[in-house]
Design a binder for this molecule. Structure first.
Ligand SMILES: *[C@@H]1O[C@H](CO)[C@@H](O)[C@H](O)[C@H]1NC(C)=O
Ligand SMILES: *[C@@H]1O[C@H](CO)[C@@H](O)[C@H](O)[C@H]1NC(C)=O
Ligand SMILES: *[C@@H]1O[C@H](CO)[C@@H](O)[C@H](O)[C@H]1NC(C)=O
Ligand SMILES: *[C@@H]1O[C@H](CO)[C@@H](O)[C@H](O)[C@H]1NC(C)=O
Ligand SMILES: *[C@@H]1O[C@H](CO)[C@@H](O)[C@H](O)[C@H]1NC(C)=O
Ligand SMILES: *[C@@H]1O[C@H](CO)[C@@H](O)[C@H](O)[C@H]1NC(C)=O
Ligand SMILES: *[C@@H]1O[C@H](CO)[C@@H](O)[C@H](O)[C@H]1NC(C)=O
Ligand SMILES: *[C@@H]1O[C@H](CO)[C@@H](O)[C@H](O)[C@H]1NC(C)=O
Ligand SMILES: *[C@@H]1O[C@H](CO)[C@@H](O)[C@H](O)[C@H]1NC(C)=O
Ligand SMILES: *[C@@H]1O[C@H](CO)[C@@H](O)[C@H](O)[C@H]1NC(C)=O
Ligand SMILES: *[C@@H]1O[C@H](CO)[C@@H](O)[C@H](O)[C@H]1NC(C)=O
Length: 692
């Protein structure tokens, strides 16, 4: 009777399995290794040497990527007259029959990247002639030259998107894209283009998106593609970028000129909609302040634009680089990794909508905050890795950073910031002041806003959540350094002695603090007595690189999940009881690079059971003079150490036994040798009558 439910259960189980597989069949079937779903035949990577002829004739999409087809025959696709999309990526295609696309009037998308179409491109070009409806064509990675491309693209007038990336195109003239009047998107990245003749893109009146990244273009002058929205010329050898002058309205929204060799700020359209300008990693600077230009005329350059027998001269004043550019819509400006030593007055005022400004890795020495500079809309400002020794705020300008959320001043030479700078930035959440020789303002600092700032005050910056003060050479904190803040992330690493044996200075933030880094701050074992019991939100605690000799007490941090104890002086793991008392929520511990004594790691098992030891494979211990990975300790720890103790006893025994034996033998020999004479001496001395 009891077996009945079990039978029922098993029966039901089988039923569900069968039902599952049946339902799968309704949508997906397979035919000769191809998966068929909703008119899509997916035959990728099936090692096919020809297009299968037995797929459903109504298939609309055929994916044949990664099959060694090598030739697309005249008849290969004849069974599939309704094809809309065909993908033949990486099929070693060399030859496409003249008639291969005959009857493919509906084909809209053709992907042929990573083949060898340069081999018989004339035949392939003839095959393309029939593609009346083609919208998207991908010819990337086919070793095509500009002449081959011109032939292949001839009369593909319906094309909207074209990729010629990763080919061997060197020059572009007006013949290559002739007749592609509907093209919106053109990808030419990773070719060898060093010259673009005037008029090469003239027929492309619908072009919106042009990618020329990773080519060898030395300059772009007289840029006049007003219809373009996106232009990527990163990773070229550009020394100049010069837009056509005049009143022409440009649609350009994104311009990427990063990783080039520009010396001057690009000369952008005078009337435009530019929103994103990327200039990272060039050699740009502003020069006006560095030279005493008595006459601005001395600092002009003339561009000779030669087109056939017509030569036009454009004169540009180098010191007015940005003056004529329309930057009113700019939101995102990346000028990192350049040579900017200063920002000219009025530069940032031209960008009232700017929200992100990146000046990382330049040579800025001072930054002067004036009215509308930086603009009020700025939310993110990165000034890290410069030589800033002074931030100056124009007098009577409180709240000039009112929208700022993130301010990165890392790796500069600041001693302080103007009083109230952070407190007046009402929306600021993230401040990185790491690697600056700052000091924190003393308890009773007067609100003296004059004179060069010599300290930083974070008190009462109510919006601040994340603060990094790593490597600032801070002295011991006083008790109210962070009073009035609700910090969740605090990094005090690399400030030797910053806590001076007590967490009291952090009490003000104890309620909110979630991530606390105290790497390399010189904590010694006394710190283990410090308790984090008030730190109810603490999730991550980094105590690596200190001199802790015993486990810290973190049981009072109920939310603690990650604890980092690497590079300390721990010799023993906590006993089972202690590790159970470690914060119950603790998930991950880092323990490596400590000189554990192999005989003091008895808590290992329980610790491992209770928490994840993230660097398990790297935890080692010292056994006499050997360093052993804990994971490789044979047969568990305690036995090993017992064995070690027994071993030492044995060793002593083995060392002592021979000596003892030798001594015993020697004694016996001496005794036997001298027995008679000795007795005789005694006898003769005493003149006793002997019993012998
Ligand atoms: C269900 O089908 C899959 C393949 O689609 C197969 O791997 C699996 O073994 C089948 N399960 C059963 C219970 O037949
Ligand atoms: C395709 O057909 C033409 C004749 O129409 C023939 O010359 C050519 O060799 C054929 N090519 C292939 C690859 O089938
Ligand atoms: C070029 O394309 C047009 C329209 O798509 C067509 O009418 C014309 O015949 C084609 N020319 C050649 C030589 O194929
Ligand atoms: C420009 O192209 C490079 C290289 O492909 C790419 O890394 C970069 O993200 C592109 N820029 C934009 C704005 O998309
Ligand atoms: C620039 O010229 C002014 C006077 O014309 C002079 O006082 C100043 O020192 C000069 N500065 C430099 C950097 O040559
Ligand atoms: C030269 O200038 C004339 C008139 O300003 C203009 O029509 C022509 O396109 C320009 N040529 C070049 C090569 O810029
Ligand atoms: C430029 O050359 C064209 C022919 O190539 C000629 O018709 C024209 O007159 C020339 N113009 C000048 C200004 O020399
Ligand atoms: C601060 O941020 C909030 C929301 O993120 C926003 O609504 C407000 O306008 C910002 N304040 C200023 C002064 O920009
Ligand atoms: C500040 O900039 C430095 C260096 O560029 C970077 O390592 C750090 O992550 C940045 N800080 C923040 C909070 O983004
Ligand atoms: C560090 O702590 C010791 C003892 O608590 C105290 O005497 C000393 O003044 C403190 N040092 C600083 C710089 O606060
Ligand atoms: C453990 O071994 C390492 C490497 O041999 C040595 O530097 C360290 O002093 C040893 N520690 C102890 C406590 O024996």
């Amino acid at each position: 009777m009891e077996l009945l439910p079990l039978w029922l259960c098993l029966g039901f189980h089988f039923l569900t399995l069968e039902w599952r597989n049946r339902s799968g069949m309704a949508t997906a079937a397979s035919q000769g290794g191809c998966e068929l779903v909703d008119g899509v035949a997916d035959c990728r990577g099936q090692n096919l040497e020809s297009v299968p002829g037995d797929l459903p004739p109504h298939s609309r999409t055929l994916l044949l990527d990664a099959n060694p087809l090598s030739t697309l025959w005249n008849h290969s696709l004849q069974h599939y007259p309704l094809l809309e999309s065909l993908s033949l990526r990486g099929c070693r295609l060399q030859r496409v029959g003249r008639g291969a696309f005959r009857g493919q009037a509906g084909l809209r998308s053709l992907a042929l990247p990573d083949n060898a179409l340069s081999e018989r491109y004339r035949e392939t070009a003839a095959a393309f002639r029939g593609l009346r409806a083609l919208r998207r064509l991908d010819l990337a990675g086919n070793s095509l030259t500009e002449d081959m491309a011109a032939l292949l693209l001839w009369n593909l007038s319906s094309l909207e998107s074209l990729s010629l990336a990763r080919n061997t195109i060197m020059r572009l003239d007006d013949s290559v894209f002739e007749g592609l009047g509907r093209l919106r998107e053109l990808d030419l990245q990773r070719n060898y283009i060093f010259e673009i003749e005037g008029g090469a893109f003239d027929g492309l009146t619908e072009l919106r998106h042009l990618n020329l990244a990773y080519n060898n273009l030395p300059c772009i002058v007289d840029f006049s593609l007003t219809q373009l929205r996106f232009l990527n010329v990163s990773y070229n050898a550009l020394e100049w970028f010069l837009a056509a002058g005049g009143e022409a309205a440009f649609e350009l929204e994104t311009l990427d000129l990063s990783h080039n060799q520009l010396l001057f700020f690009p000369l952008l359209p005078q009337c435009g909609k530019l929103r994103t300008l990327l200039l990272r990693d060039n050699n740009m600077g502003f020069y006006r302040d560095l030279y005493n230009a008595s006459s601005l005329r001395e600092m002009e350059v003339q561009f000779l634009l030669v087109d056939g027998n017509v030569t036009n001269v454009t004169t540009v004043s180098l010191w007015e680089e940005f003056a004529s550019s329309d930057l009113a819509d700019l939101r995102f400006l990346d000028m990192s990794q350049n040579q900017f030593q200063y920002l000219p007055e009025g530069f940032l005022k031209k960008m009232p909508s700017l929200s992100h400004l990146n000046l990382n890795r330049n040579c800025l020495v001072t930054l002067h905050l004036r009215e509308h500079e930086p603009p009020g809309a700025l939310t993110e400002l990165d000034l890290s890795q410069n030589q800033l020794s002074e931030l100056r705020v124009a007098p009577g300008l409180p709240g000039c950073l009112r929208s700022l959320r993130s301010f990165n001043l890392s790796s500069n030479q600041l001693l302080g910031v103007p009083a109230g700078l952070f407190a007046d930035a009402r929306n600021i959440t993230t401040v990185d002041m790491s690697h600056n020789p700052i000091s924190l303002c003393p308890q009773l600092a007067g609100l003296d806003r004059l004179g060069p700032p010599s300290c930083v005050d974070f008190r009462n910056v109510a919006s601040l959540r994340s603060l990094s003060l790593e490597g600032c050479g801070l002295g011991a904190l006083h008790d109210c350094s962070f009073q009035g803040t609700a910090l969740t992330h605090l990094d005090l690493s690399g400030n030797w002695g910053v806590l001076n044996g007590t967490v009291a200075p952090l009490r003000g933030t104890a309620r909110t603090l979630q991530v606390l880094s105290l790497r390399n701050v010189g904590l010694s074992s006394g710190f283990a007595e410090l308790d984090f019991s008030g730190f109810g939100s603490l999730r991550v605690l980094d105590l690596s690189g200190n001199s802790l000799t015993s486990f810290p007490r973190v049981g009072g941090s109920p939310a603690l999940r990650t604890l980092d104890l690497r590079r300390n002086s721990l010799t023993a793991l906590p006993q089972r009881a202690v590790s159970e008392r470690l914060a119950r929520s603790l998930r991950t511990i880092y323990l490596s690079q400590n000189p554990y004594d192999c005989c003091g790691v008895e808590g290992w098992g329980s610790l491992q059971r209770l928490h994840t030891i993230a660097d398990l494979a790297m935890v080692t211990c010292n056994l006499s003079s050997k360093v052993i990975r804990l994971t490789e300790l044979p047969g568990g720890v305690p036995q090993d150490c017992k064995w070690e103790r027994v071993d030492m006893g044995l060793l002593y025994l083995v060392l002592i036994l021979p000596s003892c034996l030798t001594l015993l033998v020697a004694c016996t020999v001496i005794f036997l040798t001298f027995r008679k004479p000795l007795l005789q001496v005694i006898k003769s001395r005493c003149h006793w009558s002997s019993i012998y």
